[in-house]
Write a protein that binds this ligand. Sequence first.
Ligand code: AMP
Ligand code: ZN
Length: 128
Amino acid sequence: MSRYDPECIFCKIAAGHIPAKLVYKNEHVVAFHDLNPVAPTHVLIIPQEHIPSLSQLSEADTVIAGQILLAARVVAEKTGVLDSGYRVVFNNGPDSLQSVGHIHAHVIGGKSMGWPPFPGREILHGQD
Ligand code: AMP
Ligand code: ZN
Protein backbone atom coordinates (compact mmCIF):
# COMPACT_ATOMS: atom_id res chain seq x y z
CA MET A 1 0.00 0.00 0.00
CA SER A 2 1.32 3.42 -0.91
CA ARG A 3 0.43 6.52 1.09
CA TYR A 4 0.99 9.92 -0.52
CA ASP A 5 -0.20 13.26 0.87
CA PRO A 6 -0.25 15.89 -1.90
CA GLU A 7 0.04 18.64 0.72
CA CYS A 8 3.18 17.16 2.31
CA ILE A 9 6.57 18.62 1.40
CA PHE A 10 8.43 15.42 2.29
CA CYS A 11 6.07 13.31 0.15
CA LYS A 12 6.94 15.67 -2.70
CA ILE A 13 10.68 15.21 -2.04
CA ALA A 14 10.26 11.42 -1.90
CA ALA A 15 8.41 11.49 -5.22
CA GLY A 16 11.05 13.77 -6.78
CA HIS A 17 8.51 16.55 -7.32
CA ILE A 18 10.62 19.10 -5.48
CA PRO A 19 14.41 19.01 -5.36
CA ALA A 20 16.60 17.90 -2.47
CA LYS A 21 20.27 17.01 -2.12
CA LEU A 22 19.96 13.24 -1.89
CA VAL A 23 22.43 11.22 0.16
CA TYR A 24 20.81 7.80 -0.14
CA LYS A 25 17.66 6.23 -1.51
CA ASN A 26 16.15 2.75 -1.67
CA GLU A 27 12.65 1.38 -2.21
CA HIS A 28 11.64 2.23 1.38
CA VAL A 29 13.43 5.46 2.36
CA VAL A 30 15.04 8.64 1.06
CA ALA A 31 17.87 10.53 2.81
CA PHE A 32 18.67 14.14 1.96
CA HIS A 33 20.53 17.10 3.42
CA ASP A 34 18.52 19.31 5.77
CA LEU A 35 17.84 22.75 4.27
CA ASN A 36 18.96 24.46 7.50
CA PRO A 37 21.75 22.30 8.90
CA VAL A 38 22.60 22.58 12.60
CA ALA A 39 25.87 20.66 12.22
CA PRO A 40 28.34 19.73 9.47
CA THR A 41 26.33 16.53 8.95
CA HIS A 42 22.59 17.07 9.11
CA VAL A 43 20.66 14.63 6.98
CA LEU A 44 16.98 13.71 7.12
CA ILE A 45 15.74 10.17 6.50
CA ILE A 46 12.12 9.78 5.51
CA PRO A 47 10.00 6.82 4.48
CA GLN A 48 8.76 6.91 0.90
CA GLU A 49 5.24 6.55 2.30
CA HIS A 50 3.47 9.27 4.24
CA ILE A 51 3.43 8.47 7.96
CA PRO A 52 2.83 11.63 10.03
CA SER A 53 4.97 10.83 13.08
CA LEU A 54 6.32 8.13 15.36
CA SER A 55 2.97 8.15 17.15
CA GLN A 56 1.27 6.90 13.99
CA LEU A 57 3.66 3.99 13.39
CA SER A 58 1.93 0.62 13.45
CA GLU A 59 2.96 -3.02 13.30
CA ALA A 60 2.45 -2.84 9.54
CA ASP A 61 5.32 -0.32 9.39
CA THR A 62 7.92 -2.62 10.97
CA VAL A 63 9.99 -2.85 7.79
CA ILE A 64 9.93 0.92 7.28
CA ALA A 65 10.95 1.55 10.88
CA GLY A 66 13.89 -0.80 10.50
CA GLN A 67 14.85 0.67 7.17
CA ILE A 68 15.04 4.18 8.66
CA LEU A 69 17.49 2.99 11.31
CA LEU A 70 19.57 1.04 8.82
CA ALA A 71 19.66 4.08 6.55
CA ALA A 72 20.99 6.15 9.47
CA ARG A 73 24.05 3.93 9.50
CA VAL A 74 24.48 4.28 5.74
CA VAL A 75 24.16 8.06 6.01
CA ALA A 76 26.74 8.14 8.83
CA GLU A 77 29.13 6.16 6.67
CA LYS A 78 28.55 8.30 3.58
CA THR A 79 29.01 11.56 5.49
CA GLY A 80 32.11 10.36 7.33
CA VAL A 81 30.79 10.41 10.91
CA LEU A 82 30.50 6.67 11.52
CA ASP A 83 33.53 6.62 13.84
CA SER A 84 33.43 10.17 15.24
CA GLY A 85 29.82 9.70 16.35
CA TYR A 86 26.41 11.01 15.47
CA ARG A 87 22.95 11.46 16.91
CA VAL A 88 19.70 10.13 15.43
CA VAL A 89 16.72 12.24 16.47
CA PHE A 90 13.01 11.82 15.86
CA ASN A 91 11.10 14.91 16.89
CA ASN A 92 7.56 13.86 17.69
CA GLY A 93 4.78 16.30 18.47
CA PRO A 94 4.64 19.89 19.76
CA ASP A 95 6.99 19.65 22.76
CA SER A 96 9.73 18.25 20.56
CA LEU A 97 9.19 21.04 17.99
CA GLN A 98 8.32 18.66 15.16
CA SER A 99 7.59 21.00 12.26
CA VAL A 100 7.01 18.65 9.32
CA GLY A 101 4.25 16.06 9.64
CA HIS A 102 5.97 13.25 7.76
CA ILE A 103 8.09 11.05 10.00
CA HIS A 104 11.79 11.79 9.67
CA ALA A 105 15.00 10.93 11.46
CA HIS A 106 17.63 13.64 11.79
CA VAL A 107 21.18 12.28 11.48
CA ILE A 108 23.42 14.89 13.08
CA GLY A 109 27.17 14.78 13.43
CA GLY A 110 30.53 16.28 12.61
CA LYS A 111 30.72 18.25 15.86
CA SER A 112 30.62 17.51 19.56
CA MET A 113 27.17 17.83 21.08
CA GLY A 114 25.66 18.60 24.44
CA TRP A 115 23.35 16.59 26.64
CA PRO A 116 20.56 17.01 27.63
CA PRO A 117 19.28 18.43 24.33
CA PHE A 118 16.87 21.06 25.66
CA PRO A 119 18.70 24.30 26.38
CA GLY A 120 15.78 26.46 25.20
CA ARG A 121 12.43 27.00 26.82
CA GLU A 122 11.55 25.34 30.10
CA ILE A 123 7.85 24.51 30.16
CA LEU A 124 7.04 21.51 32.34
CA HIS A 125 3.66 19.81 32.05
CA GLY A 126 1.66 18.94 35.13
CA GLN A 127 3.76 21.08 37.48
CA ASP A 128 3.47 24.61 38.81
P1 AMP B 1 11.45 18.82 12.56
O1 AMP B 1 11.52 20.14 13.24
O2 AMP B 1 11.97 17.68 13.37
O3 AMP B 1 10.04 18.54 12.03
O4 AMP B 1 12.43 18.89 11.32
C1 AMP B 1 12.07 19.33 10.06
C2 AMP B 1 13.33 19.63 9.33
O5 AMP B 1 13.06 19.71 7.95
C3 AMP B 1 13.99 20.98 9.70
O6 AMP B 1 15.30 20.75 10.22
C4 AMP B 1 14.00 21.75 8.39
O7 AMP B 1 15.18 22.51 8.24
C5 AMP B 1 13.91 20.64 7.37
N1 AMP B 1 13.31 20.99 6.10
C6 AMP B 1 12.12 21.60 5.88
N2 AMP B 1 11.88 21.71 4.56
C7 AMP B 1 12.94 21.13 3.93
C8 AMP B 1 13.28 20.91 2.57
N3 AMP B 1 12.48 21.31 1.56
N4 AMP B 1 14.46 20.30 2.29
C9 AMP B 1 15.28 19.90 3.29
N5 AMP B 1 15.00 20.05 4.60
C10 AMP B 1 13.86 20.68 4.91
ZN1 ZN C 1 4.34 13.01 3.53
